[in-house]
Design a protein around this ligand. Structure first.
Ligand code: FE2
Ligand code: FE2
Length: 195
């Protein structure tokens, strides 16, 4: 009877040991996997430079988005209907650009700007406050200035990208094309107002 109880205790003890082994084994594997993730996200010096430019561009896109969005709400004057159509479309394009840039930031192991109050400091082109009275001519001129700055920025960005950044290069070229078209769209309306 005593031997029987001893065997039972021994079996119970072994079961506990096996259980503990599997619990700790799982945790150990998780730890190794976690470390591997960290290692794979080590960012090279060149990637760091590219990430800085990407976050600069991201700040510009958000500011451009807001500038178009708020402009479309307050713009007044002849051809304002046409201007609103363009501005709403451009705002949507700038938001799409922000999404594209963010995907590249994350792929490179970076973090998109988290502090919204830092957008203007980080941006390359800044924010041009639209006139409170919504003068269409001033708003269009401001947006054209912002687009010209964006075109210059993205052209320079492309010169910084080696063949190792093919996918990013392709996306920056697409964004640059959009910015050039934005400038043309706004100039068409401005020309109609002036003439
Ligand atoms: Fe944009
Ligand atoms: Fe634009």
């Amino acid at each position: 009877m005593k031997d029987c109880c001893n065997i039972k205790y021994l079996l119970l003890f072994m079961a506990i040991l096996i259980g503990l082994f599997f619990v700790f084994k799982k945790k150990f594997i998780k730890k190794i996997r976690f470390n591997k993730t960290i290692i794979s996200k080590v960012v090279s010096a060149k990637d760091k430079e590219v990430l800085k430019l990407l976050n600069k561009a991201l700040a510009d896109e958000w500011l451009a988005y807001y500038q178009y969005w708020v402009g479309s709400k307050i713009v007044k004057g002849e051809f304002s209907k046409e201007a609103v159509v363009e501005m709403v479309q451009h705002a949507s394009d700038e938001k799409r650009h922000a999404d594209m840039l963010t995907e590249h930031i994350l792929k490179l192991g970076g973090i998109p700007i988290l502090d919204f109050s830092k957008l203007e400091d980080i941006s390359g082109c800044g924010y041009i406050t639209p006139p409170a009275l919504g003068d269409i001519k001033i708003i269009l001129e401001q947006n054209i200035e912002a687009e010209r700055c964006a075109v210059k920025f993205y052209k320079n960005f492309l010169t910084q990208l080696s063949e190792n950044y093919q996918a990013l290069k392709k996306d920056i070229e697409m964004i640059l094309k959009d910015e050039e078209e934005h400038e043309v769209d706004l100039n068409v309306i401005l020309k109609n107002i002036i003439e």
